[in-house]
Design a protein around this ligand. Sequence first.
Ligand SMILES: [Fe+2]
Ligand SMILES: [Fe+2]
Length: 187
Amino acid sequence: MLSEKMTEALNDQANRELYSSYLYLSMSAFFESLKFEGMASWMRVQAAEELVHAMKMYDYMVSAGGRAKMLAVEAPQFSWASPVVVFQNVWNHERVVTGLINNLANLAIQENDEVTKSFLQWYLKEQVEEEESSDNVLNSVKTAGNDHEALKEVDKALGLRRFNFPKGYDIFPYVSRQGITIGSLKK
Ligand SMILES: [Fe+2]
Ligand SMILES: [Fe+2]
């Protein structure tokens, strides 16, 4: 059974995961407006992954006897100065989230909640991957700088990103605006 404190903290984190999804969708829309379709697609994948993070937390809370609460989702930033600034924002954001998950894991220890502590291991591992990928993408966009041709090459490469929804979390058939299937259900 989840303590009240733990439930509240998990609800807050599920809300931050939804915010992350919203933020990446806002970034996707920004890239659509710049006609960087590959970057828009990459961000769309990122937004879908964050929805899965939120839903996994929701399901855990419900199955552990907690009461999931839908809190207001903050409106994300709408516009950025350049592609590099967007990916710098992704880089920063993922590190903030890692801090939040660490705090949550520490709270589980304080609350003597072994089950939640082990549940959170998945998120901690996921953050290692998120930090690494944000590093890689930021580096490639930084290298391209303001060179439009080079940015278009990065755009093309980022447009190749695909992902598999974990079983039970196939939100919907996931297709980019260009009609390319970017997410499918894991077999
Ligand atoms: Fe997340
Ligand atoms: Fe993330």
